[in-house]
Design a protein around this ligand. Structure first.
Ligand SMILES: [Zn+2]
Ligand SMILES: [Zn+2]
Ligand SMILES: [Zn+2]
Length: 287
């Protein structure tokens, strides 16, 4: 299987608009960008390629143009959850007039395609809706395609991770998640050849710094409380590495990286190794 990272950033993206922090200043100077989250998964068998998109970010259109993808080439779209940075690009499926299978949890479909959100897209029959059950695998692209298993993760709202199996390999994608990854999910991703995971920031000081910007009313002790594992909705890089070690992932890619973390070059120097890589937009991986 081949994986292309369409966007390696969190909901603010990098550079964050109007931000003068060291990482955003570096990004503006070097042109390094983190678009919002997305991954394309591909598997080729007998000359036929099965292609799956995970999430439709507000940067989807630009990522498709930049990396040479098109919605007409997709065999399925999977949604992890209904937060803005994961669904705001769903309108970019307008171009092809093709109906694409879309897999998500029932509540996610109901929210995203409600009459007050993207419900108006239903009329264009862009998507064929499939409601996923936890740990119930389904196939995309037939018997020689990709086997997908949705797994639960903890986040501020119900959120899915995915396990992909094809050609005797296993890969897992867990975006937005808290440190308390449920035991059945840890079992499902065990020994993955490739693990993509939330690697939001490096430490709780960066978390507190980022939150001071829009919670100026919060006391230092309230910020400390918020930065603790169970109150924080994303993994710190140290927690992501702990998780990768615990489940025995052969290679781990850190994504959903915030502007509050160090500039990419510094993150790379600090964390990249044979088994770990800090993801970036357009990075490609194989399992
Ligand atoms: Zn997100
Ligand atoms: Zn910044
Ligand atoms: Zn989220």
């Amino acid at each position: 299987m081949k994986f292309t990272v369409l966007g390696s950033g969190d909901t603010r993206g990098l550079p964050k608009v109007g931000c003068h922090c060291a990482t955003c200043a570096d990004a503006l100077k070097t042109g390094f960008e983190r678009k919002r989250f997305g991954i394309v998964v591909e598997h080729e068998s007998d000359g036929k390629t099965t292609r799956i998109l995970i999430d439709a970010s507000p940067d989807l259109r630009r990522a498709f143009l930049q990396y040479g993808f098109s919605s007409k080439d997709l065999d399925a779209v999977l949604l992890t959850h209904e937060h803005y940075d994961h669904v705001a690009g769903l309108g970019d499926f307008f171009y092809e007039g093709k109906t694409i299978p879309l897999y998500a949890r029932p509540d996610c479909i109901d929210h995203v395609f409600s009459e007050h959100a993207y419900g108006y897209l239903r009329g264009f029959r862009l998507f064929d809706f499939h409601k996923m059950d936890w740990l119930a695998p389904f196939s995309v692209g037939g018997a020689d395609g990709i086997r997908v298993t949705p797994v639960p993760v903890t986040h501020s709202i119900e959120t899915a991770g995915f396990v992909f199996e094809a050609g005797g390999k296993k890969a897992a994608v867990l975006t937005d998640c808290r440190a308390d990854v449920p035991a059945p999910t840890q079992d499902a991703i065990r020994d993955a050849d490739l693990l993509f995971t939330d690697g939001w920031m490096e430490n709780s000081e960066q978390f507190k710094e980022a939150h001071r910007a829009f919670h100026s009313d919060l006391s230092e002790s309230a910020l400390t409380e918020l930065s603790k594992r169970k109150k924080r909705n994303h993994l710190l890089i140290s927690e992501a590495l702990e998780l990768a070690m615990r489940v025995g992932a052969k290679k781990t890619v850190l994504l959903h990286v915030a502007h509050a973390a160090s500039p990419h070059a510094a993150l790379s120097r600090r964390y990249d190794s044979a088994k770990i890589q800090v993801g970036f937009d357009g990075s490609r991986f194989e399992a």
